[in-house]
Design a protein around this ligand. Structure first.
Ligand SMILES: NC(=O)C1=CN([C@@H]2O[C@H](COP(=O)(O)OP(=O)(O)OC[C@H]3O[C@@H](n4cnc5c(N)ncnc54)[C@H](O)[C@@H]3O)[C@@H](O)[C@H]2O)C=CC1
Ligand SMILES: O=C(O)CCC(=O)C(=O)O
Length: 446
């Protein structure tokens, strides 16, 4: 173990100022380094040290003019992490908490996630510390145009294909695509998450949330359980949370909570499809706060500044942001009988929380497996763009289900422990690693 641990120490020293990145790397190292010890080819090729170093990091100035005519300056990034199995692929995040460390953790996770989908996509991530909250449409457009003016030099349909993430939805993808097309003078599948009328795929908006629920159903199948009648606690109220809630409701589960960065709502009667439509409009069009829900549905309660993990449930789906569920939250969930936690967000559970879930044999599905449906359908969007063709909603949904089924099988293959319990974290990490590592070895020291 000595030499592989040396790799981790080198990575820790080299990235000492990047806590989120080191958290993600350490979590993967815990399952992958013992595997590497048993397969010296990966050790001899220094794969772990290489996979944790981005192929390229691009950082740039994003100047733009606000509605008052004042110049604003933000910082833009694109992390091109690994291209061993395909073009860099991964979302863009616009949020004031964006740092190099946050984007490197997301890009690192993306490499393993994209590998698990079985599609030919490398890993990348990008974004900016720009905060879309409170900005007018015109300000968002001017920001996106400036951001893309620099980013366009570094991306391309066969090189690097960004998409959305926190703060980047269909509005932003539209402005980014328009600027890329104007600068490059070509209509090409350089972004995914596009609208249906101009190259988007059916099911892409739904894919991360739906895929998450399909993954939970795969876990349940192994236990002879079904979603019908189960209670679900969800955090977030953005893209992933909305469509995870929608699929849970469609499958007969009862969704009790949704949240935003200010607090959460608890609806003991359950959020049904009509109430969810209210939330979608509130968040996507009115850009309001989740607390407004209780004015519309007074039987619900709002908890200011709190997270929903104290509400009794069978299933918890953290769908907002990283490190939003800690060890104490995990203990509360376990004490209340929660037996399945699946991550729609990237790294929402802290290492302490994951430790609690694993010790209690709670089914814990890490984001790189459970939320891979979004990037998987992005991969299908790329395929359709290359074909210059659009598949039906039914076809894309069927493919998404199949991909989530296959990811579950990979987790079972690499994560089944001696007592028969499936450690999904270990399975996803090793399963995602092997394909990328083998490709890196085949391509030489590059
Ligand atoms: N959009 C996609 O296809 C995918 C997204 N993800 C992950 O899912 C998570 C949510 O992303 P989206 O739904 O796309 O973004 P979004 O921008 O549509 O929604 C983000 C949600 O998180 C909440 N949020 C943000 N910061 C928060 C904080 N500090 N505390 C509590 N809540 C906070 C927001 O209020 C909002 O409800 C992120 O971790 C993202 O990386 C993962 C895979 C794919
Ligand atoms: O669809 C994509 O390319 C991005 C999805 C993403 O950012 C993620 O999986 O975290």
């Amino acid at each position: 173990m000595l030499e592989t641990n040396d790799s981790l120490n080198i990575i820790k020293v080299r990235n000492a100022a990047e806590p989120e990145f080191l958290q993600a790397v350490t979590e993967v190292a815990e399952s992958v380094l013992p595997y590497i010890e048993k397969h010296p080819i990966y050790k001899n090729n220094k794969i772990f040290e290489r996979i944790a170093e981005p192929e390229r990091v691009i950082m740039f100035r994003v100047p733009w003019i606000d509605d008052k005519g004042e110049i604003q300056v933000n910082r833009g990034y694109r992390i091109q992490m690994n291209s061993a199995i395909g073009p860099y692929k991964g979302g863009l995040r616009f949020h004031p908490s964006v740092t190099l460390s946050v984007l490197k953790f997301l890009a690192f996770e993306q490499v393993f996630k994209n590998s698990l989908t079985g599609l030919p996509m490398g890993g990348g991530k990008g974004g900016s510390d720009f905060d879309p909250k409170g900005k007018s449409d015109n300000e968002v457009m001017r920001f996106c145009q400036s951001f893309m003016t620099e980013l366009s030099r570094h991306i391309g349909a066969n090189l690097d294909v960004p998409a959305g993430d926190i703060g980047v939805g269909k509005r932003e993808i539209g402005y980014l695509f328009g600027q890329y097309k104007r600068l490059q003078n070509e209509f090409t599948g350089v972004l995914t998450g596009k609208s249906l009328e101009w190259g988007g795929s059916q099911i892409r908006p739904e894919a991360t949330g739906y895929g998450l629920v399909y993954f939970v159903e795969e876990i349940f199948k192994t236990q002879g359980k079904q979603l019908l009648g189960k209670t679900v606690v969800i955090s977030g109220s953005g893209n992933v949370a909305q469509f995870a809630a929608e699929k849970c409701i469609q499958q007969g589960a009862k969704v009790l909570t949704m949240s935003d960065s200010a607090g959460f709502i608890y609806d003991p009667e359950g959020i049904d499809l009509a109430k969810l439509a209210y939330i979608k409009n509130l968040k996507d069009n009115l850009r309001g706060r989740i607390k407004e829900y209780i004015s519309e549905y007074p039987s619900a309660q709002y908890f200011d500044g709190e997270k929903p993990w104290g509400i009794k449930c069978d299933i918890a789906l953290p769908n907002a942001t990283q490190n939003e569920l800690n060890g104490e939250d995990a203990k509360k969930l376990i004490a209340n009988g929660c037996f399945c936690v699946a991550e729609g967000a990237n790294m929402p559970c802290t290492p302490e929380a994951v430790h609690e879930f694993n010790s209690a044999k709670v089914f814990y599905a890490p984001g790189k497996a459970a939320n891979a449906g979004g990037v998987a359908v992005s991969g299908l969007e790329m395929a359709q763009n290359s074909l210059r063709y659009n598949w039906t909603r039914e076809k894309v949904d069927a493919k998404l289900k199949e991909i989530m089924h296959d990811i579950h099988s990979i987790c079972v293959k690499y994560g089944t422990e001696e007592d028969g319990h499936v450690n999904y974290e270990k399975g996803a990490n090793i399963g995602g690693f092997v394909k990328v590592a083998d490709a890196m070895i085949a391509q030489g020291v590059v």
